[in-house]
Ligand binder design. Structure first.
Ligand code: SF4
Length: 473
């Protein structure tokens, strides 16, 4: 095993063992996503220990070891070495010198330090010893403005070895458990490839909507795997006892056969389905700030970035929406809700300014702009052979690739960085991300309107087809 296990890999090991399994099998290093929040953690350390003059080791093992010799306090230290044949290269956020020992500092966002933090701390202690560096087993855990010291014993290191071996020796890829990280997982295609698992043998919890509770209820009816779920005849009694069983059976069939099921003909799914629709997506922090529109392949955006000009910024958005006169496609109901709220806010401002009686064209006609929620259409009419029905998941399955590895959470970090620094590169990253969300919405809309233009298997079902699939008795 030549791969080097770093902080990212340990993160994935505990977040999605399946991803780590693929990584261990891989010749190339596909775990490339840097944790977008690392800089914030380092900032947290600097803010908390204001009086320390740090030497930044820049995640370089040589600088780290050199700085240790000078007994300075170190930011971004990293050490490498091998534990039982496993190559490790691990960083912690800081090392603080107290008396004759270093104390490890780990900043975290979770409420408590997680298993992963314990593993990193324990393994770093091991590497420090290998490198002849004296470190304390009392770890400083920092969360925003609070700090606690916790003694880390061998358990973290043993947990690392146990988890590593379990995944490395597994004959089958572990079940998929990643959710948020799926968006930028380098193994997404492999994970969703039809050939990787025998899907009939997967537990029922592998499909959308079945959690631990429903899994155990199903078990009492002899349904453990997706194969069981498909095979069991749909009798009246089962239908009465297991709420949503019809949905689960269709979802299982779709997933096992890697085939989308349309319960409604594609040409009936969207009213006024013209090709000139506009695709719309919002980015939000505590409140929405970026409104992106894709019309005739041209991306246009509006920002609500400044309280002083909020009124005119909202007005610009409303006027733009009003003149569209075509379907406005979005994914999930959030976009619809926000536009309605902005419209009401704008209306209220008009009233406050004494213009309440104005029959303003824009205010009146906004609600005539047809807003079409693609997600709603999908969940009501289509079964997709995927675990998640998010925009990211369906568009990726259809072959769409985002140009930038952000997700909802890291996009908020980018936004805050842009506000704090004014550096345009953060805004540019957000625009790219938002534009791709609009483009992905377009791809999904095109697929539901015309699935035969895509390579992905699909069936358009009539009532009898559905009964056959349900094995209705
Ligand atoms: S796509 Fe998601 S579930 Fe699959 S391996 Fe990657 S992180 Fe895990």
């Amino acid at each position: 095993m030549n791969q080097v296990i770093g902080n990212n890999e340990i993160y994935y090991m505990f977040t999605c063992p399946r991803m780590f399994y693929f990584f261990l099998q891989d010749e190339t290093d596909n775990v490339i996503v840097e944790n977008a929040l690392e800089n914030d953690r380092i900032r947290n350390v600097k803010d908390y220990f204001k009086n320390i003059s740090w030497v930044d080791a820049k995640k370089n093992p040589e600088i780290t070891k050199r700085t240790v010799k000078n007994e300075a306090d170190i930011l971004n230290p990293i050490l490498e070495g091998s534990i039982k044949g496993i190559n490790l290269k691990l960083a912690v956020h800081a090392l603080i010198r107290k008396k004759d020992k270093y104390h490890i500092v780990l900043s975290h966002l979770s409420r408590r330090p997680s298993k992963r933090h314990h593993v990193i701390a324990a393994s770093f202690i091991f590497l420090a010893k290998l490198n002849g560096i004296s470190v304390s087993e009392n770890i400083i855990f920092l969360r925003k403005k609070s700090m606690k010291t916790q003694r880390i014993k061998e358990e973290g290191y043993l947990l690392f070895l146990k988890t590593f071996r379990e995944i490395a020796n597994s004959q089958e890829p572990p079940p998929a458990t990643g959710t948020r990280i799926c968006n930028f997982c380098g193994y997404w295609e492999k994970c969703h490839s039809f050939n990787v698992d025998d899907r009939t043998k997967l537990p029922v919890s592998s499909i959308r909507g079945i959690g631990a509770n429903m899994s155990s209820i199903m078990k009492s009816y002899g349904i453990s795997t997706l194969g069981d779920l498909i095979d069991i005849p749909l009798k009246k009694e089962l239908e009465e006892k297991l709420k949503n069983i019809i949905r689960y059976k269709l979802q299982a069939y779709s997933f096992v056969n890697d085939t989308a099921l349309f319960l409604t003909k594609p040409d009936l799914l969207i009213t006024n389905n013209d090709n000139n629709g506009v695709y719309f997506d919002i980015e939000a922090d505590d409140s929405p700030y970026l409104f992106g529109f894709l019309q005739n392949d041209q991306y246009k955006y509006f920002l609500i970035s400044d309280n002083d000009s909020r009124k005119s910024q909202i007005e610009d958005i409303m006027k733009y929406v009003e003149q569209l006169k075509v379907n406005l496609y979005h994914y999930c109901e959030y976009e619809n809700r926000v536009l309605k709220e902005l419209s009401n806010e704008w209306k209220q401002q008009f009233k406050n300014e004494g213009n309440g009686d104005l029959k303003n064209k824009f205010l009146k006609s906004f609600f005539e702009t047809p807003m079409i929620d693609i997600y709603e259409i999908i969940i009501k009419n289509i079964f997709v052979p995927l675990r998640h029905y998010s925009l990211k998941s369906i568009a990726k399955w259809l072959g769409f690739k985002w140009r930038i590895g952000l997700d909802g959470r890291s996009s908020i970090q980018e936004y805050r960085r842009w506000l704090n620094t004014g550096n345009k590169k953060h805004l540019e990253a957000l625009l790219l991300y938002n534009e791709d969300d609009c483009r992905a919405t377009q791809v999904v809309k095109e697929w539901i309107s015309s699935p035969s233009s895509f390579d992905h298997k699909h069936l358009i079902l009539n009532r009898r087809d559905v009964d056959d699939i349900l094995n209705r008795k």
